[in-house]
Design a protein around this ligand. Structure first.
Ligand SMILES: *Cc1c(COP(=O)(O)O)cnc(C)c1O
Length: 379
């Protein structure tokens, strides 16, 4: 089936007892057993829940995977994946990963005896060079936040295969509508469903998808053992949202392409970062592994004052953390999402004080253009 059909139907059948078209919210913590040892396959709410099962099947299908596991947050999904590792293992991580991922690996998992190399994974030679005899995993985010650097998924999967390493891709920025890492040979794909997958800025959630039965069993064990599961209501909200994921992504993309075009030709904008611009250094790779360019744009305005002025003058774009919702958001990564990254590291990535990030929403493109144009006019 096509993506739009799957997004509406996968994992969901009308309720057998009532015919309800929409999967109910099974708000229950436990299930009555017919007699000792005889159940309907459901025993306890942390272990399994019918609303969650429907969501997991839906997201597994959209990623072109086989198994999905839903979590109470993106970080909780990442914690389950880290649970596959043991003390002494080494992990290669994209140097510009989500700040919360950096914090979790560096401040917590390092205390458990894991070691990490922070590598520019967009350069496959650096990935290859970072492999040691105890390396177990390559953890990639592509495109990165907020610089929108792209890593070659097929290339990373090939390097990993020859050294028997597990590959993980955080696909939050693209959503499965525009990028499906499993199709390039990646082992595990994860999302903060908080962002595009839910898309309505009203749920915190995460998911891990794989095609591998063995990995799925291990992760299912971890999901149940650690317990970071989403509530039935949150599962229901995300399941409702995936029905329009493709439609939303098309609109995010169309608006962002239009805005990026405008911004890249604007005299007040020193640089526009967007994978859909021919000027993006990895435009060809973007076209090869993504079927669209998404809704995230970063622009360099020169200094903090100009950034602040722009943030102050937009009317539709709300100044807020997070991304991927239908409403457009604007943020200042250096002081907001990446405030904890040391200055020297930030500048190395190009993450200056004059950088502003846009999460382009699903409003009318012309309104967004006028909003941004007006704000830039005040600089
Ligand atoms: C938000 C985000 C996360 C963390 O997800 P939460 O749902 O906030 O726990 C992980 N990776 C990326 C790329 C994100 O944007």
């Amino acid at each position: 089936m096509g993506f739009l059909t799957d997004s509406i139907h996968a994992g969901q059948t009308p309720d057998a007892s009532t015919g309800a078209v929409i999967t109910p919210i099974y708000q229950t913590s436990t299930y009555a057993q017919e007699e000792l040892g005889v159940s309907k396959g459901f025993d306890y709410g942390r272990t399994i829940n019918p609303t969650r099962v429907a969501l997991e099947a839906n997201l597994a299908t959209l990623e072109n995977g086989k198994h999905g596991l839903a979590f109470s947050s993106g970080m909780s999904a990442i914690q389950a994946v880290a649970g596959l590792l043991s003390a002494g293992d080494h992990v290669i991580v994209s140097s510009n990963v989500y700040g919360g991922t950096f914090r979790f690996f560096d401040k917590i998992m390092r205390r458990y005896g894991l070691t990490f190399s922070w590598v520019d994974t967009s350069d496959l030679k650096q990935v290859q060079a970072a492999i040691t005899p105890v390396t177990k995993m390559i953890y990639v985010e592509t495109p990165t936040n907020p610089m929108l650097t792209i890593t070659d998924l097929k290339g990373v999967a090939e390097i990993a295969r020859s050294s028997k390493l597990l590959t993980v891709v955080d696909n939050t920025f693209m959503s499965p509508y525009f990028q499906r890492p499993l199709e390039f040979g990646i082992d595990l794909v994860l999302h903060s469903t908080t962002k595009y997958i839910n898309g309505h800025s009203d749920v915190i959630g995460g998911v891990v998808v794989t095609r591998d039965d063995g990995l799925h069993e291990k992760l299912r064990f971890l999901q149940n053992a650690i317990g970071g599961v989403p509530s039935p209501f949150d599962c229901w909200l995300v399941l409702r949202s995936t029905k329009t994921l493709g439609l939303r992504m098309k609109q995010h993309n169309a608006n962002a392409v239009k805005l990026a075009d405008f911004l890249s030709g604007h005299p007040k904008v020193k640089k526009t970062y967007y994978p859909g611009l021919a000027s993006h250094p990895q435009y060809d790779l973007a076209k090869k592994q993504m079927s669209g360019f998404g809704g995230m744009i970063s622009i360099e305005l020169g200094d903090l004052e100009k950034g602040k002025t722009m943030l102050r003058h937009v009317k539709i774009f709300a100044l807020a953390e997070s991304l991927g919702g239908v409403e457009s958001l604007i943020c200042h990564p250096a002081s907001m999402t990446h405030g904890s990254v040391p200055l020297e590291d930030r500048l190395k990535l190009g993450l200056t004080d004059g950088l502003v990030r846009l999460s382009v929403g699903c409003e009318d493109g012309d309104d967004l253009l006028e909003d941004v144009s007006g704000a830039l006019g005040s600089l």
